[in-house]
Ligand binder design. Structure first.
Ligand SMILES: NC(=O)c1ccc[n+]([C@@H]2O[C@H](COP(=O)([O-])OP(=O)(O)OC[C@H]3O[C@@H](n4cnc5c(N)ncnc54)[C@H](OP(=O)(O)O)[C@@H]3O)[C@@H](O)[C@H]2O)c1
Length: 268
């Protein structure tokens, strides 16, 4: 039995994973916004911590709360994401997809490191899109001030998560194993912000999508028996070589520097 933190555990794959860990006897901390869905998870072994993970301030606060209440964290699993058809800027001045899908994962992983390092076999699983070669980090315009689209923002933050895993394994000095996992097209995902036509197309396509339980199953494996290697990348069941072009260590270093600069510049 261990303590598992699930960011974005109120819905979709994160919810299914959180319930699965509780069934296995783990204590689970679910992070998300939706109070009703958080409360509905119920059960003595699941605690809901309400937080807007697109806010750096709130994410840092929830990290402090977890560290204060739980000296040991065995697994950190990262699911939170949301599609924004139009560019949204957070109160802290950051493009929201970047802040939510990437920055919250950066802050949670590095912030919870002391508690992860006290666990017997700590692991971080970052559920995103490793293996996707389209798109990338817009080094000159990471806040996507020009040419924003939902897809561009998703691909940028997805790549940033790939590089986050590379950078964490190389630079953090943590004992936690890092797993980048791409679940493939799955019957989950909040489509309510999308235009009607896109929602219809996705609903039709989801007939061939993976069931949530199948997409989540390997994540239980990563948590039950963390890999030996500091970094593992799995794209829909296929293990990727760490020489894969999207996992370039120089890009990871560049992103780590850019992230610290952004946090300083936005005073958060
Ligand atoms: N579904 C797919 O086909 C697919 C394919 C490839 C990769 N992925 C990746 O897999 C991960 C999980 O996807 P999913 O389909 O399970 O997503 P989902 O069903 O839409 O769930 C997203 C979760 O993120 C939380 N969330 C969204 N905005 C938040 C915010 N501002 N603060 C805190 N929590 C927030 C939601 O909780 P609240 O509503 O409570 O805020 C929810 O628990 C994502 O990273 C996604 O990119 C999905």
């Amino acid at each position: 039995m261990g303590l598992v933190v699930v960011s974005g555990g109120t819905n979709g794959m994160g919810r299914a994973f959180a319930l699965g860990r509780a069934e296995r006897g783990d204590r689970v901390l679910v992070l998300g916004r939706d109070h009703a869905r958080g409360a509905a998870l119920g059960g003595a072994s699941i605690d809901f911590l309400p937080v807007d993970l697109s806010s750096v301030r709130e994410t840092r606060q929830v990290v402090e709360r977890i560290l204060a209440e739980h000296p040991v964290v065995d697994a950190l699993t990262l699911f939170a994401n949301a599609v924004a058809p139009r560019r949204i800027v957070t109160a802290e001045g950051l493009e929201r997809t970047f802040a939510l899908y990437y920055l919250s994962r950066y802050l949670l992983g590095l912030g919870l490191r002391p508690a992860l390092d006290r666990a017997a076999a700590p692991v971080i699983v970052n559920v995103a899109g490793v293996g996707v070669t389209r798109g990338g980090v817009r080094w000159a315009d990471p806040q996507l001030e020009s040419g924003y689209s939902a897809v561009t923002a998703q691909l940028q933050a997805g790549r940033a998560n790939d590089l986050l895993g590379v950078g964490f394994a190389r630079r953090s000095g943590s004992r936690a194993r890092y797993v980048l996992y791409h679940p493939g097209f799955t019957r989950s995902g909040d489509r309510s912000p999308l235009p009607f036509v896109v929602r219809g197309l996705l609903a039709a396509a989801s007939l061939v999508a993976r069931p949530v339980a199948a997409a989540v199953s390997p994540i239980h494996g990563f948590v039950d028996a963390p890999p030996d290697a500091p970094l593992t990348a799995v794209d829909r069941g296929r293990r990727l070589p760490l020489s894969f072009p999207t996992l370039d260590p120089r890009d990871a270093d560049r992103l780590a520097d850019l992230t610290e600069r952004l946090l300083t510049h936005h005073d958060c």
